[in-house]
Design a protein around this ligand. Sequence first.
Ligand SMILES: *Cc1c(COP(=O)(O)O)cnc(C)c1O
Length: 374
Amino acid sequence: MNCDQMHPRDMIRPELKDLAPYEPGRSIAEIRQELGLGTVVKMASNENPLGASPLVKKTVQRRANLIFRYPRPNSPDLTAALGKHLDLPQDRFVVGNGSDEIIDLLIRVLARPGQDNIVIFDPSFSIYRLQASLCGVSLLQIPLNADFSFPFSHLLANVDRNTALVFLTNPDNPSGYTAHAEDLVSLARNLPPTAVLVVDEAYIEFADLPERYSPLSRLDELDNVVLLRTFSKLYGLAGLRLGYGIMPAWLSDLLHRVKLPFSVNLLAEAAGLTALQDAFFVQASREAVLQGRRVLTKDLQQLGWTVYPSQANFILVKPTCPAQSLIHDLLHRGYIIRGLDSYGLSDWVRISIGTEVENRGFVQACRAIQESYA
Ligand SMILES: *Cc1c(COP(=O)(O)O)cnc(C)c1O
């Protein structure tokens, strides 16, 4: 090619050429406008049905007069509070602009471009794949078992000396399947000595018994395990962007050296501190989700639909009518749910648990749609 005809576009990193952006759930404003609907209920992005804690909203308002200040780098007040909250040393915590930022940092710190690989299940949360390809790290995807459980021995047969990271989500998204803590501990112990296991626990607080599924209390014995948690789901702060990783001190030290110092803003840190203190709101959110999950599961099963047993704040459902038409018909009745084409599960939909009233209206809409197909 004649260099005179080149353009800055011709210089982009080759791994970016085919990169499709993250596909979010559709927003309420978008659907309201498109369909001219009054109220629209979003049960698509696993947000907290109760919103955010009233105490947190007060904190954010009170702190508004401080937003001309820079935050302190690496959110020391919040890492200290998290240490107290989970009874672990403060130096195990890295707070990020959502747990998405921690995923990105882990890949950039631990995986050598063009040399190392990352192993994940298929399907899994798209951010692992997107950030790996952005970083020029090769990705190996191990298909889930047909019942959505984790094929641990197949995974172990496919890791090698160049495996830098293994990511899995527990409870899993979009199935809600949840592995037991001892299986994760044994996976970590059986990985090659250079590989780190990242357990994304975005939904762990919605499990019936989180301690049965999380290796949190075993972290002292494990130097190659990272847990990811978020304020986006149980704490209802998805829009503020706040998440954290729990990891060995050698690794948190590295992440803190690489991380942009002010990625967590002043309001997000203040909100996180208050959110940890509002035990009443957390308890109410958990109960709303556990109760709603039971009711929605039972009611949709009564329509003859398959509902996968979930420990998360959403359920994976296979309706008897075509999933695409269900999504379309529900939209026209004011309910947004998540289609799963991008996960390769086009017969299934993912439904986030709503409030009691939302769940009841949703089931009524599903019943009416089901009857229109009968
Ligand atoms: C929602 C979700 C998160 C949370 O991401 P944030 O960046 O903290 O909002 C992380 N992992 C999975 C699998 C999720 O579904």
